[in-house]
Design a protein. Structure first.
Length: 387
């Protein structure tokens, strides 16, 4: 009997230091005996130039993509992962910020992606799943029965993508069979654009992976005094340096641990504080051990307009490890009704940290219980009914 097949196309390379929804759903499909082709964003000559001339973030990702392309992909159980090589980068600059570039990028991949998919028996599939509008060309390239577009962010908050990417996403919303969104504000947006079918399915957590971790305390964490406040994830323009600095200055008895890639010198207000520790990037496999040996997880995001649509995976991961969560307040977080303490001001953020550190009863159990109800496995059961 022929097995069910799906192509999942995501901007994120398979062996990325961050595991996001596209990775987790690929694993869920694989666990349910689907054959999965996981296609990540291509590398181009321009990425190689950028790799040697620009940020450390590019240096983190490019080698993984390069190895994937050179090896012709990699088979991991039911999942075949592959990063193509192409000539057209999609960027908000020069001629690449155009509808033509978005529509035709798939024609300039070498070897041809269609040929690679045929070699792996993905020349026709049951479902094409797009985690980005940049892969819309797959709908024309590969015969399929159903198509899905997953919208996990408000792309207007990423100016580097450009208006043509946003317009491409709108066209796909109207074209695909199902649009999956991660929060109610995105659902309202997608509905107004004219999507046919919409499923609101928030992010989740690999609950067993985080909750059952028994790793020893990391050596670099041992040297940091308790109690520890921890942040794990992207350290981008939405990370509120001033807010964390305010809390660190007022709680010098507390260590603030920040795990994630960043460029040294980017956050001068924090880097000079003796109780703030930037540990850099850590492999996904090691993240639970850092969370398990900390005391509070924080999400210090600025109140930028697009943040209202963020359904943070890190909240579920923190809570699966039994970590209480203190965060700034935004719309989607309020709608989630989690045990997290939400703050509108820096004073309230600081007070919530202090209250959490002093509270000994009930918080951990409530967090673990909330995370257990929001696993990727439970999300997949809902999704599977639609497919």
């Amino acid at each position: 009997m022929e097995r069910t097949k799906i192509i999942i196309a995501s901007p994120h390379v398979w062996n990325s230091p961050y595991m996001v929804g596209s990775h987790q759903y690929a694993k869920c499909f694989s666990d349910h005996n689907w054959m999965v082709a996981y296609i990540s964003a291509p590398i181009t000559p321009f990425h190689i130039i950028y790799h040697f001339m620009s940020s450390k973030r590019a240096k983190v990702i490019l080698p993984q993509r390069w190895r994937s392309w050179i090896k012709g992909g990699e088979q991991i159980d039911n999942i075949w992962t592959y990063a193509p090589f192409g000539l057209i980068p999609i960027a908000n600059q020069f001629i690449f910020n155009s509808s033509w570039a978005i529509k035709n990028a798939g024609k300039f991949l070498t070897p041809p992606l269609k040929k690679k998919l045929e070699e792996k028996e993905f020349d026709a599939v049951d479902t094409i799943w797009l985690d980005s509008p940049l892969f819309g060309y797959l709908l024309e390239m590969v015969p399929h029965k159903k198509s899905v577009l997953r919208v996990a962010d408000d792309l207007s908050g990423f100016p580097e993508l450009g208006k043509n990417v946003i317009e491409a996403e709108k066209r796909l919303m109207r074209k695909v069979d199902l649009v999956v969104v991660t929060c109610m504000s995105l659902e309202r947006k997608v509905r107004n654009i004219g999507a046919k079918n919409i499923l609101c399915l928030p992010n989740g957590v690999d609950f067993d992976y985080f909750a059952n971790d028994t790793s020893l305390e990391p050596e670099d964490l041992k040297r940091i005094p308790n109690p520890r406040i921890i942040y794990v994830g992207s350290i981008e323009r939405w990370f509120d340096e001033r807010l964390v600095a305010y809390a660190a200055l007022h709680r010098e008895d507390v260590s603030f641990v920040i795990v994630g890639s960043y460029n040294k010198g980017t956050f001068p207000k924090l880097e000079g504080l003796r109780n703030v520790f930037f540990l850099g990037k850590r492999d996904y496999s090691r993240i639970p051990s850092y969370l398990k040996h900390s005391h509070v997880g924080i999400i210090p995001f600025k109140r930028l307009p697009f943040i209202d649509s963020v359904n943070p995976i890190k909240l579920y991961e923190y809570m699966a490890c039994g970590l209480p969560v203190v965060s700034t307040k935004w719309k989607t977080l309020e709608e989630m009704a989690s045990p997290a303490l939400l703050a509108e001001t820096k004073e309230e953020f600081l007070q919530n940290i202090s209250d959490t550190l002093e509270s000994k009863v009930g918080i951990k159990d409530a967090c673990v219980k909330y995370a257990s109800k929001n696993s990727w496995t439970k999300r997949f059961k809902v999704l599977n009914e639609y497919l």
